[in-house]
Design a protein around this ligand. Sequence first.
Ligand code: CP
Ligand code: NVA
Length: 309
Amino acid sequence: MSEKSLSAHKDFVAIDDYSLEDLRAILSLAREQKPLARAHKLPHSHPNRTLACVFAKPSLRTRISFEVGFQQLGGNTLFITDKEIGMGTRESVYDVAQVLSRFVDGIMIRWFDHQEVVDLAKHATVPVVNGLTDLNHPCQVMADIMTIEEHLGSIDGKTVVMVGDGNNLAHSWLNAAIRFPFNFILACPEEYTPDEAVVRRAEAAGASFMITHYPREAVEGAHVIYSDAFYSMGQEAEAVKRRRDFAPFQITADLLSAADAGHIVLHCLPAHRGEEITDEVMDGPHSVVFDEAENRMHAQRAILATLIK
Ligand code: CP
Ligand code: NVA
């Protein structure tokens, strides 16, 4: 296996923390390990290692893909909720980082406040992997790039169009565009543009991207159409308003008629079928959403295998 150390970081908190070479190394390990994992033939590279999986939000894919993925390497996993550890309330982030680092060999965390995850990573002596914050979702986009490359070949030069909210996924795509040479377009309502600091960083780094409010023009000739919920975890109280504001941003077969003939459709899931995406598109011939879900496990296992010693 071609596992190698990432040049600069012990943690995986944001995609653009890494060089393109590091990101490519993770993706090629993920590709190498996928058939072995499917055949139940992965060597146990991490026996007697434990990964703590900390969740402040619900999950299907993230929890199961991290737990099963690490167990496939011979490791153990622990599921911990925010209510139990009370990071930042019952105990300081610093103290939680110190204590967890004495017990486990890695921490995966799904949290609200991104800065608290950055602080946890800073104070922990073991690797910390971001399993989604309000600001970004880097492991998802690594799995997405893996999926795009399986179906369309290299992402280099491709156009990826996200139709929807300028949210954590949009931010991770902007971060990815800093490193990978593809073109990113976000078509979002005017009120829902991405975080300005994230946009400025992408601009300053020379990433190829555009933010527009016209989905029909955005998808013209696109190779990848990307969807996410109109409201994210923690925004449930805004659901009614958001459903109204985002109605013209639904991904329909009609909208996709302008995309490249060989386009693929991705959705990080969970999908609200009939809201941001129709059943016809989700279940249609261009949809690769379940390959994408599976690749969460392969991409993340490669991240864990690389970071956890
Ligand atoms: N895509 C994703 O992160 O799914 P879960 O919320 O189910 O983990
Ligand atoms: N933007 C969504 C992604 C879910 C995987 C959320 O944060 O809830």
